[in-house]
Design a protein around this ligand. Structure first.
Ligand code: HEM
Length: 203
């Protein structure tokens, strides 16, 4: 930390985050192409239907491995405390920029934490059902039927969460992206968006 820069994410965190993000976009788009005939045109961008189908599970492997690394790195700071529960109960105020009565955020606010746990749970479901769909002959019929249902449901929840995440990380919170690209934010940004965290690191 210097007088005009506060380290937000170190290099390892940023590399892991961007590999997860790239893998996510790849599996989401190839997955949508395989899933719906209406979206099959997306496959053209990824080398055609056969190629998209063949590489989609491998993209899933990359996504899972790096998401696992992200999970291990952040599971502790992502634990929800009493302040976070109050924050979530009043999240509608955050949405309309009425921050009065909202507990101060630490390194991650309660919305970010909730999304982290949603993504982690969705990833477990995607992995388990994805393996069954990848190796169908190794699974029983009920398991295959469950996987056919669970895989797209978990994918839709995950894609919805990430659309919100990308909006928050780009348009809704200006300069947040710099923290994830260059690794630093200004003291002013830190004090405004994550005051509890800023006070802790200033000690
Ligand atoms: C695809 C485009 C993406 C963009 C533009 C993006 C952007 C960002 C930004 C700017 C931050 C820093 C927020 C802060 O400093 O408070 C961040 C953090 C984070 N990102 Fe992403 N991200 C993307 C994809 C993903 C994906 C696919 C995942 C996981 C499946 C993910 C998981 C996270 C997590 C867990 C954090 C920390 C907590 C949070 O800010 O929500 N990101 N991202």
């Amino acid at each position: 930390m210097s007088s005009d820069r506060v380290t937000r994410f170190n290099a390892a965190e940023r590399i892991v985050h961007w590999v997860v993000a790239l893998a996510f976009v790849y599996v989401a788009l190839t997955g949508l192409a395989i899933w719906s005939p209406r979206l099959f045109w997306l496959a053209a961008v990824f080398g055609g239907g056969t190629t998209a189908r063949a590489w989609h599970p491998w993209g899933g492997v990359v996504f899972t491995v790096f998401l696992g690394a992200m999970f291990l790195k952040w599971m502790r700071p992502m634990r929800l405390d009493a302040d976070d529960r109050t924050w979530l109960a009043r999240a509608h105020r955050y949405a309309v920029h009425d921050h009065a009565g909202l507990p101060e955020a630490g390194r991650f606010n309660a919305g970010q934490k909730a999304l982290f746990w949603l993504q982690s749970a969705a990833a477990v479901l995607l992995l388990a059902s994805g393996v069954v769909l990848w190796l169908p002959e190794a699974a029983s019929r009920p398991l295959r039927e469950a996987a056919i249902l669970i895989h797209p449901l978990a994918a839709v929840a995950s894609i919805g969460g990430i659309i919100l995440h990308v909006y928050m990380g780009t348009a809704a919170v200006p300069k947040a992206l710099r923290g994830m690209i260059q690794g630093w934010v200004t003291p002013r940004w830190a004090a405004l968006h994550h005051p509890k965290w800023y006070r802790e690191i200033r000690k």
